[in-house]
Design a protein around this ligand. Sequence first.
Ligand code: SF4
Length: 271
Amino acid sequence: MPRKRASKKQRALEILVRLKQEYPDAVCSLDYETPVQLMVATILSAQCTDERVNLVTPELFRCFPDAAAIAQADLAEIEALVKSTGFFRNKSKNIQGACRRIMAEFDGEVPPRMEDLLTLPGVARKTANVVLAHAFGINAGVTVDTHVKRLTNRLGLTQESDPIKIERDLIKLLPQPDWENWSIRLIYHGRAVCNARKPACDRCMLADLCPSSGLDRGAIAPRFDTAIDTASDTASDTASVAIAPSMPISTQVSSGTGAQPQPKSKKSQKA
Ligand code: SF4
């Protein structure tokens, strides 16, 4: 039977299904209890590992638990507490600036709207997407960090290097309820399998869907009777992954979490 070519969207959905199967309990790996703390932790995570951030935030949040305390703090004290996360002067200044604006303009609470979040010092789309998704359950966009950037390029889902353009491409491919959990699970996969220097394609559950797989195509056991017939499918929206008509691309990819603009602690939510 002749094979049809899968669209890039079909392939993205199949990748999403497999990510959910592989990482069913994926959650944001930053520790926090309030939206303000999540915002602060996300600002600190720039150019730093989440593990390192989680080492410094317990003492930071013990000393300065909310926006009011951070806004009034001695900046040097914040700097000393977050020094090991790198770029600590700039991060401290932004954290305090954001909290001062939250106190002055938003009654001491993190605003649950993208346009308001983007007015806070140090908060760009990546941080805003993380805060909206995990603190409020709002999928306003797709978080694009270094792992998401690397993997979406390797998987041939975008040709862009600019995070804003990558996010724009991913929004077209993925169901809105899955925008954030896509990023969380791709980050897990980037850490566990598809790392920057040496991707472990030989144990990757996406190898038959990945145009960048380092494996010999003939050696890949297709899970859904798939095959990749060219070196790359990044040139057009039509993927080079050939799919048998029976390939069960799942449409049940939504996590089913609706947008609920109520603040959540980490304990109350899963990706
Ligand atoms: S097949 Fe290789 S390059 Fe592609 S996602 Fe998996 S580990 Fe990364």
